[in-house]
Design a protein around this ligand. Structure first.
Ligand SMILES: *Cc1c(COP(=O)(O)O)cnc(C)c1O
Length: 487
């Protein structure tokens, strides 16, 4: 399989190169030349372990890595570290070391990158730069820590992540990791990271010093492809349980930020998986809701800090990949739209692209709706949803009310409720003022009789290792000094 840039400059790129580069030289994102329809083949096999299914799907894309190597990568990534559970309609993607769905992709990415590096015969040390709105950072740190030939540098908005998320990152061990808080929001952090990737002179300079810049954000195709597996796994699970018959169409609901996870579900459909509608759920940063309703993407608004911080995003990078498909794979259109976005903060897609978007439904949930939903589901089913998942749940209900569509749904459940315990307590009206986040965690566990997941249980006792905070203007300087390079 070859990959090409959504902006047209590069094509015929091997998967290993696409993975190592992260983003194309022209600023575009790598997309596969085609989507192999393997649902037809997979549907005949009865049961898969997650690892087996991952192998069947990923091998279609990363064809320049030997099967044996790929199996090793998958096993090293997932064995005993990650699993998916399906509870009713909830596709629980958060049973991994950091308790959020990004684990699945970010445990795999280092393993595939390590092997891609060998295939490409790259001798340089790879520097993973990541901007995080809370979960990516920790998952990248866990995935890449102490992997030889890699360094990880994570920037997070000092005031834009939860106390638990922050503590997870600043207590990160490993000889090759650096975590930096910034005085700014997620988009500031992401803009910086994108700027570094887009600065070819800077990258040349680093290369001379023996460093190769790459990304762990979901723009990396090595992170996107393993996410396709979730939807196949969830679908087959519904079949096994007898909820649907093989071949029945379902809808998927995805609480969305950077548009990576929902795009993976769209890719799954291109591979034949019977999905009808994609329900794109946003919090009060409802740029995508407005986009799916009007065809106009307008980021000119204030970022709202919500209780689902991993979705507090105004520029959803992976939407570019969907636009590419919607445009009939026309890079000229994509370049125009992306120029308009960076120059004017807004773009409008043409009528044909608007028609294409009919498979998507955009909706959003307010904080109040999220709290009500968490309480309702807990009281009704004794089931705890986190704030991100609850956004999905609210939007699912709105969709069903509006359309009377009764197809089965899978709701991507993206984080453990224990990652956001204060919000959950607020929702359940459990008093939580005057106690710190870690006591809130305990209280929530005691009252709801749910165990705190391993990764969070002893967090408050871990030593804080990273306490650097900087302004936007200093982000580059700090990176260079960490790498031991004069600015
Ligand atoms: C990252 C994240 C999301 C958003 O996923 P995207 O792929 O960026 O759309 C949703 N929920 C949680 C908990 C996350 O960590």
């Amino acid at each position: 399989m070859n990959f090409r840039s959504t902006r047209g400059l590069e094509y015929g790129v091997d998967s290993t190169r696409a993975i190592i580069n992260g983003i194309s030289k022209d600023g575009g994102l790598y997309v596969p030349d085609s989507f192999p329809n393997i649902y037809k083949l997979l549907r005949n096999k009865k049961e898969f372990s997650y690892e087996e299914l991952a192998f069947e799907i990923i091998r279609e894309y990363f064809t320049d890595i030997h099967d044996k190597e790929l199996i090793e990568a998958i096993n090293e990534a997932y064995n005993d570290r990650f699993q998916i559970k399906v509870h009713n309609n909830f596709l629980e993607l958060y049973h991994g070391p950091t308790c959020a769905f990004k684990d699945a992709a970010l445990l795999f990415l280092p393993q595939i990158m390590k092997r891609a590096k060998k295939v490409c015969n790259k001798k340089e040390e790879i520097v993973i730069l990541a901007a995080t709105s809370g979960d990516t950072g920790k998952a990248a740190l866990e995935g890449f820590k102490d992997i030889e030939g890699f360094k990880v540098v994570v920037y997070y908005p000092k005031k834009g992540v939860s106390a638990i998320q922050e503590r997870q990152m600043i207590t990160q061990k490993g000889d090759n990791v650096k975590v930096i808080g910034i005085n700014g929001n997620f988009d500031d952090a992401q803009r910086f990271v994108k700027q570094m990737f887009g600065d070819n002179d800077f990258k040349e300079e680093l290369l001379k010093q023996g460093f190769l810049l790459s990304s762990a954000n979901s723009i990396n195709i090595g992170r996107l492809v393993p996410q396709i597996v979730y939807y196949f796994y969830g679908y087959f699970n519904l079949v096994i349980k007898g909820v649907i018959k093989q071949g029945d169409k379902i809808n998927v609901v995805v609480p969305t930020g950077n548009f990576g996870n929902i795009l993976a579900s769209y890719y799954a459909k291109q591979m034949g998986l019977p999905i009808d509608k994609f329900i794109c759920a946003s919090n009060e940063n409802k740029v995508l809701t407005d986009f799916f309703n009007s065809g106009i993407y307008d980021k000119r608004r204030e970022l709202v800090l919500t209780e689902s911080p991993s979705m507090d995003i105004l520029v959803s990078s992976n939407l570019e990949r969907l636009l590419f498909e919607a445009s009939g794979r026309n890079p000229e259109i994509i370049k125009d739209l992306m120029n308009s976005l960076s120059e004017n903060g807004v773009y409008e897609i043409n009528d044909e692209m608007k028609k294409f978007m009919k498979e998507f439904y955009g909706g959003y949930a307010t904080t109040e709706e999220v709290h009500d939903a968490i309480r309702e589901v807990y009281e009704k089913d004794n089931y705890l949803m986190d704030t991100h998942t609850a956004v999905g749940y609210v939007v699912k209900k709105k969709y069903q009310l509006e359309t009377n569509d009764t197809k089965e749904v899978l709701i991507a459940s993206t984080a453990s409720p224990f990652k956001f315990p204060r919000s959950i307590c607020e929702a359940l009206k459990i008093p939580n003022d005057k106690i710190d986040d870690f006591e809130v965690l305990k209280k929530l566990s005691e009252i709801t009789k749910n165990n705190i997941p391993d990764g969070l249980a002893n967090l408050s006792q871990y030593q804080i290792i990273h306490n650097e905070v900087c302004d936007r203007s200093e982000m580059k300087k700090i990176l260079l000094s960490y790498l031991g390079i004069e600015g």
